[in-house]
Design a protein around this ligand. Structure first.
Ligand SMILES: Cc1cc2nc3c(=O)[nH]c(=O)nc-3n(C[C@H](O)[C@H](O)[C@H](O)COP(=O)(O)O)c2cc1C
Length: 336
């Protein structure tokens, strides 16, 4: 397989989702393979200290690469080879036949995180379909009863997240609330994608700038409340449960499962709105474990899922496709 042919498809692969839209993946083209690694500058050490979401995002990217290559008829294989010190998760390399997947590049291109209103949640067939996806990797997808208990857990998780100055500083680094900002179209979480009106975005910018001074006055509580109640926006809540004892390489593999799960939802006309704070905060993850009767450490991801009322805005990427080539928005990113 001509690895250069894959290079031209890279912008499509960059449509993979990542926590805070940091796009942490980096590709290193070698003679016989493409190493998939990550840049620590795009990790989230405060919000994701264990690197779980980093590895899920890298796995989602790997799955996306395989789908895009297969749809172009390229025979690309994945060889997992996780090495923390070399900051790599494995290699894409020429295979005997194209990767077998029901998904197409168009699905990769159209899928979006949706934080807005859903008309309904996933029905039993859809839950069974995503559960089957997870089961093939030794996991499961479980519906979380979205009653008052879950709402209370979400409030607790939000407050705890906003009470940590390091997490707030990190979030601020990746928020893109200024539409004329240089990175608005490159990465991070934009006001549009977060569904914030202009006034809310301006208020949030001011509140975050004043965070150190206002923190003792209860700003964390205010910020948590400002996010509104996602559960009031409709849909159902699904948890992705991994097999016991999942190691770092297993988390990358589950990022691939997460991508297949989201694409399965997408092709059924549904979208996901992750609620990672429920997994990040130990107390709420424990409570979820009790609710679902699984060991809390097995819960790797939680999302609100449903049928969007309207399409979500498209999130930014550093790499775009131009007429015949690849446009890098960010000179700091090296691809190829
Ligand atoms: C592992 C992982 C965790 C995420 N956690 C959250 C989250 O807690 N809240 C949220 O609103 N979005 C979350 N997202 C969604 C990302 O912000 C989103 O993928 C990114 O902004 C790119 O947008 P897109 O999915 O529409 O392409 C998460 C995504 C991944 C892959």
């Amino acid at each position: 397989m001509d690895l250069a042919a894959f290079h031209a498809l890279e912008p499509l692969c960059w449509r993979a989702p990542s926590a805070h839209n940091t796009q942490p993946w980096r590709l290193r083209y070698e003679r016989w393979a493409i190493t998939v690694g990550w840049d620590p500058a795009d990790a989230l050490p405060a919000g994701d200290p264990t690197g779980r979401d980093l590895r899920l995002s890298l796995g989602a990217f790997v799955e996306t690469c395989l789908i895009v290559a297969a749809d172009a008829g390229l025979r690309l294989d994945w060889a997992a080879d996780h090495d923390e010190s070399d900051r790599r998760v494995g290699r894409l390399r020429p295979g005997r036949q194209p990767y077998r997947t029901p998904f197409r590049t168009a699905d990769v291109w159209d899928r979006r995180t949706h934080r807005g209103r859903f008309t309904g949640g996933p029905d039993a067939d859809v839950v069974a379909a995503v559960d089957a996806v997870a089961r093939r990797a030794g996991g499961a997808v479980r519906a979380v009863p979205a009653a008052g208990r879950l709402r209370a857990l979400l409030r607790t998780a939000d407050r705890q997240v906003y009470a940590d100055p390091a997490v707030v500083a990190e979030l601020r680094r990746w928020l893109r609330l200024d539409r004329s900002g240089p990175r608005y179209r490159a990465d991070g979480l934009s006001d549009r994608c977060l569904g914030l009106g202009r006034a809310t975005a301006t208020g949030l910018r001011a509140a975050l700038a004043a965070y150190p001074a206002l923190r003792p006055l209860g700003l964390p509580r205010l910020l948590a409340a400002a996010g509104g109640d996602p559960l009031a926006q409709g849909g159902g809540v699904l948890a992705l449960v991994a097999p016991p004892g999942l190691d770092a390489a297993g988390q990358v593999e589950f990022g691939r499962v997460l991508m297949r799960m989201w694409l399965t939802l997408h092709t059924a006309g549904l979208a996901a709105h992750p609620l990672s704070q429920l997994v990040d905060v130990a107390a709420t993850r424990d409570a979820l474990g009790t609710l679902l009767d699984v060991a809390p450490e097995r819960i790797v991801h939680v999302a609100r899922v449903g049928r969007p009322v309207a399409p979500a805005p498209r999130s930014a990427r550093r790499v775009e496709r131009t007429g015949g080539g690849v446009l890098m928005r960010d000179a700091a990113v090296r691809v190829g």
